[in-house]
Design a protein around this ligand. Structure first.
Ligand code: ZN
Length: 162
């Protein structure tokens, strides 16, 4: 039976919490997460710990911020004028906007606080600085097809694109 290794397609049931047991993300019942192992599609600390496991394995995996979404960078917390948001947009703490980054790509911007016409934003990933706790069951492991490796993603059972 295949073990989890580079260039394998892995199906996982997962639940994620931050140490308090409160689930913040999970795969749907009967719809495991599919990913291509070794391609950096999941956080590095989880990818490393899953290496070598068989289908059927269940376990809990703790991932440090360093091997998860990175440490929280205080330089990412900035104060900007409310006029830098789209006109008419309601700006409230806890909201997420997409801003255009220097390279033209979209960067998520989290609103931390609104103080009059000034807004405190955080450019860090919402899970930066957090220790991640995953409950995982490995549902299936198979070798990736040549086409999947060429494309860098998993195809459906009939070879179709996701
Ligand atoms: Zn493809």
């Amino acid at each position: 039976m295949a073990k989890i290794a580079k260039d394998h397609v892995v199906a996982l049931d997962y639940k994620l919490h931050l140490g308090d047991g409160k689930i913040i993300d999970q795969s749907e019942e009967g719809e495991p997460l599919l990913y291509l192992h070794g391609g950096g599609q999941i956080v590095p600390g989880l990818e490393r710990q899953l290496e070598g496991l068989d289908a059927g394995h269940s376990g809990q995996f703790v991932v440090s911020p360093k091997e998860g979404y990175g440490e929280h960078d205080p330089r990412g917390v900035q104060v900007v004028p409310i006029s830098s948001f789209p006109p008419g947009a309601e700006v409230k703490a806890g909201m997420e906007f997409l801003a255009e980054g220097p390279d033209g790509g979209a960067i998520p911007v989290n609103v931390k606080e609104v103080k009059g016409d000034r807004v405190v934003i955080d450019l860090n990933h919402p899970l930066a600085g957090k220790t991640l706790h995953f409950d995982i069951t490995v549902r299936a492991v198979r070798k990736a097809t040549a086409e999947e490796l060429e494309h860098g993603h998993v195809h459906g059972e009939g070879g179709e694109h996701p």
